[in-house]
Design a binder for this molecule. Structure first.
Ligand code: ADP
Ligand code: ADP
Length: 226
């Protein structure tokens, strides 16, 4: 069964200099529990695609459904991890991770348990009361991931989440993500311009062309993964 369906989606931006086509007739279906990576050069529309699936923006043409429902507004059941950490600098690690749970109105005691569990999953229990500026890039990425996972989303949308860290940390985070994904059975739509990362992580890679982006190929990689 399809967790995400993207059907003939195009996106144009109107600006001072005229119209920019960011996506052209993208169609793509992601099965429940599948890890799909969208791979393509900078500017091909990957970020735009994730923003549309997350409901932050609307397509100019075509339809996107998540769990059978038309995407129209942002929904906390889709956990989103962005490229730049987007942590709240005035909140501690604990408060950042708790953010979505507060929004959802999860009761205090349950929320604290859930946050503690997430901090253990990402290995940052000792940094619960630290502020983002006291953390390394890799640690900030982990907090971003924990914040997205805290609400137990069915679908995880990730926009170059490891883009801002060094290669060794990147490998480590990829490894951790695969473990989390295997343990939780989530559907993941992951965006990157790094082919090695795409191969290391995915069941399937969807390759997008240059500007304006459309799907060029889709490649299964699950068999080749260790
Ligand atoms: P990436 O690093 O994935 O190429 P960018 O840094 O180019 O992404 O863009 C990040 C966000 O900034 C996009 O999701 C989009 O909303 C916005 N953005 C990108 N290009 C433009 C533009 N030409 N005009 C206005 N906003 C833009
Ligand atoms: P990618 O994530 O693959 O780098 P983006 O989705 O950020 O690509 O951008 C795709 C194209 O759409 C680029 O040409 C970018 O400049 C343009 N774009 C993205 N967001 C906006 C925006 N808000 N306004 C105008 N143009 C945008």
């Amino acid at each position: 069964d399809a967790a995400i369906t993207i059907d003939g989606v195009s996106k144009q931006y109107e600006g001072e200099g005229g119209t920019t086509t960011a996506l052209r007739e993208i169609s793509l279906s992601v099965s429940s529990g599948e890890f799909v990576t969208v791979l393509g050069p900078s500017g091909c529309g990957k970020t735009t695609l994730l923003r549309l699936v997350s409901g932050l923006e609307s397509p100019t043409d075509g339809d996107i459904t998540v769990a059978g429902k038309l995407v129209q507004v942002p929904d906390p059941n889709r956990g989103t991890v962005f490229q730049a950490y987007h942590l709240f600098p005035w909140l501690t690690v604990r408060e950042n991770v708790a953010f979505g749970l507060v929004e959802q109105g999860v009761p205090d005691a349950e929320r604290q348990d859930r946050v503690q569990e997430m901090l253990e999953v990402i290995g940052l229990s000792n940094f619960a009361d630290a502020y983002p500026k006291e953390l390394s890039g890799g640690m900030k990425q982990r907090v971003g991931l924990a914040r997205a996972l805290a609400v137990d989303p069915d679908i995880l949308l990730m926009d170059e989440p490891f883009g801002s860290v060094d290669m060794q940390t990147r490998r480590q985070l990829q490894h951790e993500l695969i473990h989390i994904w295997r343990d939780t059975d989530k559907t993941v739509l992951f965006v990157t311009h790094d082919i090695e990362e795409a191969v290391a992580l995915s069941d399937r890679i969807v390759v997008m062309s240059g500007t304006p982006g459309c799907v060029q190929a889709t490649v299964s990689v699950a068999e080749s993964r260790p």
